[in-house]
Design a protein. Structure first.
Length: 155
């Protein structure tokens, strides 16, 4: 919204608005994907626990489903960082009237990145030292930093 409302005063506004729209579209798809892959992973986990004997094929399928269940929130965390960065840019360069809106957007994006990073952390397919967890945490920190740029002392 900030970029769309700042087109007359900010030359990059149209590009930022287009980036925001692309991220929004991807986030909608990911929200649906995340729910589906998590349900699939839970069903596979329940199936594996119901069986006594180890089955290599079943175990491999379970591992693949857990991998997909970790991938969706990881991408959501990365999108959260992207949104927070765009919101910070819009708040800093866009129409000043909408700075509070940009601040709110950055804070919400940082919260989404934090929640998604937590989901990556607790996912059964992610182990300590996993590169995906490091990426999720880096996204969370980047989103927090971007939000802090706008949420600091008011000007």
């Amino acid at each position: 919204m900030v970029a769309r409302c700042s087109r007359d005063s900010w030359g990059e506004a149209a590009g930022v608005a287009a980036q925001a729209q692309t991220i929004r579209d991807r986030a909608v798809v990911l929200a649906h994907t995340d729910g589906k892959v998590w349900e699939d992973a839970l069903a596979a986990l329940g199936n594996a626990q119901a069986k006594d004997a180890s089955d290599a094929r079943r175990d491999f399928a379970l591992e693949q489903k857990l991998e997909r269940a970790a991938a969706a929130p990881l991408e959501i965390a990365e999108l959260g960082a992207d949104v927070a960065a765009l919101a910070a840019l819009a708040g800093e360069r866009g129409e000043g009237t909408y700075r509070a809106d940009a601040s709110a957007a950055a804070a919400l994006a940082a919260g989404a990145a934090r929640a998604a990073a937590h989901l990556v952390q607790v996912n059964l397919g992610v182990r300590p030292g996993d590169e995906r967890l490091a990426r999720a945490r880096a996204s969370q920190h980047a989103a927090d930093d971007a939000a802090a740029r706008l949420l600091g002392p008011t000007r």
